[in-house]
Every structure is written in C-alpha cells, then in structure tokens.
Design a binder for this molecule. Structure first.
Ligand code: HEM
Length: 519
C-alpha cells in the first residue's frame, strides 16, 4: 500500500485505527455509546438520501465549456454574447422525465437537457428539453399531466388509462405526442440528441428594444435514435445505457459537442405570426426564422463525484443574466417559480452555495444564515446600510439621485408597469399624514413627549451622516419637529429632504392611465 494513502478519519478529522469493529462491553456485551466512530458512521448513513427530483429524476451529467463563436451585439447587450472566442464553464445534466431515479435510460420519454453556464455576470441556466415543443401551454395543467405518468395511487402501477385519459382531454398535446411516439422518443443515449429552449425568450438591448428568441442546440454528430425493439431490449439488459455511453465517450476523449443557434423574431413579426409567439406547442418555421449560429458546447470532463457535482446541480430558467429575459409565456413564468422552490426543498435554502451551483462571481446581498451556510459575506451588515453600502449594478447607492440604475428601471417597468415606482418612490404625499399628526392631532404635551422619547434613542446614533439624514426626514414632516430633536441631541439643524412633487407624481400616474384624484 502506498505510504501516502489518505488516513481514514471520523467526520471531525480524528484518525481511526480500527474501522471494522464497533466498541462493545466485553466479548458478548452490548455496544458502547462512547463509540463516536460507529455512531458517526451510522448516523451519516441514515441520512444519505435526499429527495429525488419530482420529475427528471433519472439522469447523468458532465462538465465542459460553451464558447461564443459569433457576435450577437445587434440583438442583445448580454456581454457574453458580444465576446467572440470567450469560453465559460458549462455543467450539463441529461435526464428522462417521468421515471424514478432507477428507471431505464431508454424509456420513451422526452429528455431533459439542462445547462449551467458560469458567466462573469452570474449563472445563466438553459433548462431545455430534446423536443422543440411541449405537452401544455397552460401551466395549471402541469401537475395533472405529470401525475398521469406516475404510479396509480392504488395499484402503484404506471397506468395507460390515466396517461391517455389526460391527453385525450387536452389535445393541444398532440404535437409533442407525435414526436414522442416516433423514434425521436427513444434517443440513442443522452448525448446524441439536440436541445431546444422550446419557450420563447426575450433578448434585449440597452435602448429597451428586444427580439423574441428560441435557442436550438444541435448535436454535431446528429440526432441518433433507437427503434422501439432496441430501446425495450436495452431497458432490460442495460438500463444505464445512456449514462454509460456518455461516461465512456468522455473517458476515451471522444468529447460530445453541439453547435448552438438562435432563431429571432421581432415584436412586429410576432404580431403577424400565424401562432401566438408564447405558445409552447408550436415551432417557428426555419425558413421564415432561420437558425443563426451563436457558439459551441463541448463536454470534456466527467464529474469526479456524481452526487456532489450532478445530483446536487440545481438548474432554473430564473437563473438568468442581464439582457436575457423570460417572455410572458405562462408556462415559462410558472417555471421561474417552481425550480428554485423545489431546490429549496430538495437541497436546502442555500443551494446556490453548493460548489456546483456557486457562481464564479462574488455574491453580495442581504441573504444570511439558514441551514448549511458556508459562504461568508463577512462583517457587512445584512441590510442596505448607508455606511457600508452595496452598489446597484455599479451605481453608487446614494439616497438622492443615482440611487438606482435608471436604464434597468426602464426595463423593469416594461414588465410591471408603474407599480414598482408607485410604491418605492418618496413623494410629498408621504409626509401629509405624519404632518397632520404632528401639527393637528397632537397637543403640546404629546408633541413634547414625542420629542423626548425619540431623542433618547436617536441620541445614541454615532454617524453624523445618519443623524443629518433622519433629521431631514423629520424636517419634511415639519421643520420645527426636526429642529426640536436636533436641539435636544445637540446636532446641527438640517433642511427637509427633497421628495418628488405631488404634481409630478400625478402626471406620472396619469401617463400610466390611472385616474388622478381631485385635490
Ligand atoms: C426539472 C417543473 C416544464 C425542462 C423540473 C423539476 C421541476 C420542474 C419541479 C425538478 C427540478 C429539480 O428537482 O431539480 C416544471 C414545471 C413546468 C415544467 C412546473 C411547467 C409548468 C418544463 C419544460 C421544460 C422543462 C417546458 C423544457 C423546455 C426541465 C428539465 C429538468 C426539469 C431539463 C431537469 C433539470 C435537471 O437536470 O436538474 N421541472 N417543469 N420543464 N424540467 Fe421542468
């Protein structure tokens, strides 16, 4: 045995000299509670399983890279897509959909094709399938549809009646059913197949313009399929066929690769398009919307540890990067919620901190603690402090002006209209009711009590900047209120903060089509 072989230890790192014996009292006596090695071993073993994915439980994966081969700056300001030659690390997981984690790789089923790209602007996940369309276009149907492919509640058997009962009641599924029951429904392994976003996305630019997009990932060796008889035979003889084929291809240096393309459609084209651009059961004809090359995807690295690097991988269409946005496709919108939600259940609230999921860029935010926190954000307070602030997309976080990135606000408003601004902006309206309380509701005695009470606490503030800023808030309510507190704590008097004038606010709301209240 090599002298430098690793030393066997308990989980706290203590070397163990006798791994195969539990401590016991005498020759035939009971076990000893003091035997941490034994308890450590059993207790960890008891907790080895985590929930399998509710769909796409069976799968495999590998690492590699995505390389940008064409400049896309005419349609998006996403920085990666402007850097021809740039390579980012990619982790890919392939899967079947309906079966449990022990089911056969050659089952008739769509295949998942999930990709995590670690970009300089955060992780960009492509959570795609191997078919360009899907069974549903209304997300409320998804759990029903999936349940029809799982086991019957009573018999615990897969049940063809449930499956076809659902499909026959929901005929928008027919396009996908045509594909699924052709030989495309039994691909030859996981890596000899194409991938499709299926959904329409929006790729945007700084000026607010956008194009609708659909991404296609085409296997360089072509889409290879199995006939039904071969797929059924392999399901019995070699149920891990797909896992094995991918692992061995990479192991022997035959790295699977794909060419990535995008189809684009302008909003004007979308209006004239025969189908709803958000309908996931339709494809965009290639003649009308040709495939435009973007880059290359290559898998050249098997995981060292499957559980850590693939089972714990957590993909989500909501893990996106600037200038790449979800369209209003309701199925996609539902998925934005569902994936992080299931990851918190399957992997825990800090799933993004697991090495396979952690972005390559530093994380700076106000999320703290929770089970298994191990990325520290140091001593910075966990709220947006004015003393140790985070910047917003590189813009300084000052209270007045420059607080947020105006250009991003514009894009944000395209989604939610005025609601964001209406609730976040400080206007003169915000001070009317506090002013009435101070000047009309309270008597002198109540006013004095307020000044005394608040000064006792506020007087403890050390930062002159914080003191001045809060005094400017009181001054916006009433200058005398602010001055009295300032005097009480021995601070300089300050002018009121500048809130947005009410008239501007009404104009802004009227532009959005709201009724403006009469004065
Ligand atoms: C996996 C939900 C539609 C592709 C999953 C998972 C959930 C889910 C809960 C398990 C994730 C995990 O545990 O890590 C949904 C919902 C859908 C929907 C609610 C519709 C309302 C789709 C569509 C596609 C898709 C349309 C493809 C275009 C995938 C892939 C995985 C997956 C590739 C496996 C990811 C992996 O390998 O970890 N889905 N899904 N899903 N879904 Fe969906």
């Amino acid at each position: 045995m090599a002298n430098d072989a690793p030393v066997y230890t308990t989980s706290n790192g203590a070397p163990v000299s006798e791994p195969y014996a539990a401590q016991r009292s005498g020759i035939n006596g009971p076990l000893l509670l003091q035997d941490f090695h034994h308890i450590d071993l059993l207790a960890h073993f008891d907790r080895e399983r985590i929930p399998e994915r509710v769909v796409h439980a069976k799968g495999t994966g590998a690492h590699g890279y995505f390389e940008v081969t064409h400049d896309l700056s005419d349609i998006t300001d996403q920085s990666l897509l402007k850097q021809v030659g740039k390579k980012v690390r990619a982790t890919v997981r392939f899967s079947t959909v309906g079966g449990e984690s022990g089911s056969a790789d050659t089952a008739r089923d769509p295949r998942g094709f999930a990709i995590k790209l670690k970009t300089d602007e955060g992780n960009w996940d492509w959570v795609f399938n191997n078919t360009p369309v899907f069974f549903i276009r209304d997300p409320a149907k998804f759990p029903h549809f999936i349940h029809t492919q799982k086991r019957h509640p009573q018999s615990h058997l897969k049940d063809a009646d449930m499956f076809w009962d659902y499909l026959s009641q929901n005929p928008e599924s027919i396009h996908q059913i045509m594909i699924l029951f052709s030989d495309r429904g039994t691909p030859d392994g996981y890596h000899r197949q194409h991938g499709y976003s299926g959904h329409t996305y929006k790729w945007t630019k700084k000026d607010g313009s956008f194009v609708y997009t659909q991404v296609h990932i085409r296997a360089d060796g072509g889409f290879k399929t199995l006939d039904d008889a071969t797929a059924s035979r392999l399901a019995g003889e070699d149920p891990e066929y797909g896992i094995k084929e991918l692992f061995e291809a990479i192991q022997s240096g035959k790295f699977p690769s794909w060419t990535v393309y995008v189809q684009t459609m302008t909003p004007e084209q979308a209006e004239k398009f025969r189908y709803n651009v958000l309908d996931l059961t339709k494809v965009w004809p290639h003649k009308e919307f040709p495939l435009r090359p973007i880059g290359k995807l290559v898998l050249n690295e098997n995981p060292e540890n499957y559980f850590a690097e693939i089972e714990q991988a957590a993909f989500s269409p909501s893990h996106t990067v600037p200038y790449i946005e979800a369209s209003a496709d309701p199925v996609l919108q539902s998925r934005l919620f569902s994936y992080p939600d299931t990851h918190r259940h399957r992997l825990g609230v800090n799933y993004q901190q697991l090495p396979v999921n952690a972005p390559i860029v530093p994380i700076n935010n106000f999320q703290r603690a929770g089970a298994a926190t191990y990325i520290s954000q140091g001593s910075r307070p966990n709220y947006q402090s004015s003393l140790q602030p985070l910047t917003y997309a590189g813009k300084p976080a000052t209270l007045e002006g420059g607080k947020r990135d105006e250009e991003r606000i514009k894009r944000h408003e395209a989604f939610i209209g005025g609601a964001w601004r209406d609730l976040s902006e400080i206007t003169e309206l915000d001070f009317e009711q506090p002013r009435a309380m101070w000047s009309k509701v309270w008597n002198d005695e109540q006013r004095q009590a307020y000044v005394n009470n608040v000064s006792k606490h506020f007087g403890n503030v050390k930062s002159a900047e914080v003191k001045a800023r809060q005094l400017s808030v009181w001054a916006a309510v009433d200058q005398s209120l602010s001055d009295r507190i300032a005097e009480k704590i021995g601070a300089p008097k300050v002018a009121p903060l500048k809130a947005k004038p009410v008239d501007d606010h009404w104009k802004y709301r009227a532009n959005l089509g709201f009724q403006v209240p009469q004065a």
